[in-house]
Design a protein around this ligand. Structure first.
Ligand code: GLV
Ligand code: MG
Length: 325
C-alpha cells in the first residue's frame, strides 16, 4: 500500500440518479415519491433560459416542502461560463443550503472551477450559520474536463462523485454519435475472413476510454464514478447493457433521464443474491480462520486473498444499505 491513504467520500447509495427538470413542479413532486437513490434537480440544460428564474424558485420550494426522505438530493447548477451560475449558487445555498445534499457542477473543466464554487459555498454556509456542508458532484463532459479529470477530482474536500456526461462529451470531442450514451454501429473491428470466408463486424464501445479514465480519477480520490445518460428511453435492454458495462468498469450507478430508467439502474447496480451469499461466506471463512489462528483464509479449498476480503466487505455494506432503504 502507498503511504498516501485515499479518504473516501461519504458512503451513499448512488445506483440510480434521476434527472428532474426544475421548471416543472409536478415532475419534482413525482421524483420525491420515486425509487431513485439520488435525484438531481436541474437548472441547467433541461431548463430554457427564460425559465431559469422560475426553476430556481420551484427547486427552493421543493427542497423545503417535499419529503425527500430516503433520497440524496442534488441541484445541477449552470456552468461557470454562464451568468446563471453565481445566482444559482447564491439563491439555492442562501435559501435552501441546509436542505440540499449536493451541488452538481456541469462541464467542469479545471480544478479552479471547483475552487470557485467551493469558495462561494463556504462563504454562504458561514454567513448563514448552517451546520451542514454541501457536497459536490462534477460532470466530466468536455475534452478539457477529461484532460484535467484527476485535478478536478482532487480539487475540493466537498467532492463526492464524477459523472460521465456523454452527450456534451460527444459534442466537445466531435465524436460521431448516434444515440446518446449508446454504441455506434460504425465503431467496429472487421475480423479476418473466417473458415467460411465471411468476415464479422464486432461492435466496440466507443466510450470505453473515457469511462475507464474517469473511474481511475474518481477511485484514486475516493469518489464515486457514475455513468451518465442513455437517450433511447424506449430501449430498456440497451440501457441495461450500457449500465452493466459501466458497472463492470467500476461505476457505482447511472443516470435515469426518464423515470422508467430508475428501476433498471437499481437492478443492474445492486449486488445479486449469489454475490451477497458468496461475500458473506468469505467473511465467515475469515472469522473462522482468525479464531483458529490461521494466517491464510480458505473457502471451498481455495485461498482467499486480502483483495477479495475487502471486496466482500464493501459488497455486504452496500447490500445492507440497500436493505435499509
Ligand atoms: C449530461 O449532461 C450530458 O451532457 O451527457
Ligand atoms: Mg451535459
Amino acid at each position: 500500500m502507498s503511504f498516501t491513504i485515499v479518504e473516501q467520500a461519504p458512503a451513499r447509495l448512488n445506483r440510480s440518479e434521476q434527472a428532474v427538470p426544475g421548471s416543472n413542479l409536478r415532475f419534482l413532486e413525482k421524483a420525491a415519491q420515486g425509487s431513485a437513490d439520488m435525484v438531481f434537480l436541474d437548472l441547467e440544460d433541461a431548463v430554457a433560459p427564460d425559465q431559469k428564474e422560475q426553476a430556481r424558485k420551484n427547486i427552493i420550494q421543493a427542497l423545503h416542502d417535499l419529503d425527500w426522505t430516503g433520497k440524496t438530493v442534488s441541484v445541477r447548477i449552470n456552468g461557470l461560463d454562464t451568468h446563471y451560475c453565481y445566482r444559482d449558487v447564491v439563491d439555492i445555498m442562501e435559501q435552501a443550503g441546509d436542505k440540499v445534499d449536493l451541488l452538481m457542477i456541469p462541464k467542469a473543466g479545471t480544478a479552479a472551477d471547483i475552487y470557485a464554487i467551493d469558495m462561494l459555498c463556504t462563504q454562504i454556509e458561514a454567513a448563514k450559520g448552517y451546520k451542514t456542508r454541501v457536497g459536490f458532484e462534477m460532470i466530466i463532459e468536455t475534452a478539457l474536463g477529461m484532460q484535467n479529470v484527476h485535478e478536478i477530482a482532487a480539487a475540493s474536500k466537498r467532492n463526492e462523485s464524477l459523472h460521465f456526461g456523454v452527450a456534451d462529451y460527444a459534442a466537445s470531442t466531435k465524436a460521431r454519435t448516434t444515440n446518446i450514451g449508446g454504441p455506434n454501429p460504425d465503431y467496429v473491428v472487421l475480423t479476418d475472413a473466417l473458415e467460411n470466408g465471411e468476415r464479422e463486424r464486432h461492435w466496440g464501445d466507443m466510450w470505453h476510454y473515457a469511462i475507464a479514465r474517469m473511474v481511475v480519477a474518481a477511485r484514486a480520490n475516493g469518489l464515486r464514478p457514475i455513468d451518465g445518460p442513455f437517450g433511447d428511453i424506449s430501449d430498456a435492454e440497451g440501457y441495461k447493457a450500457q449500465a452493466m458495462r459501466a458497472a463492470i468498469l467500476g461505476c457505482e450507478g447511472k443516470w435515469a433521464i426518464h423515470p422508467s430508467q430508475v428501476d433498471l439502474a437499481n437492478e443492474v447496480f445492486s449486488p445479486s443474491e449469489k454475490a451477497i451469499a458468496q461475500a458473506n461466506a468469505i467473511l465467515e471463512a475469515m472469522v473462522e480462520a482468525q479464531k483458529k489462528g490461521l494466517g491464510a483464509v480458505t473457502l471451498n479449498g481455495r485461498l482467499i486473498d486480502i483483495a477479495s476480503i475487502k471486496q466482500a466487505e464493501v459488497l455486504v455494506k452496500t447490500a445492507a444499505q440497500i436493505a435499509n432503504r
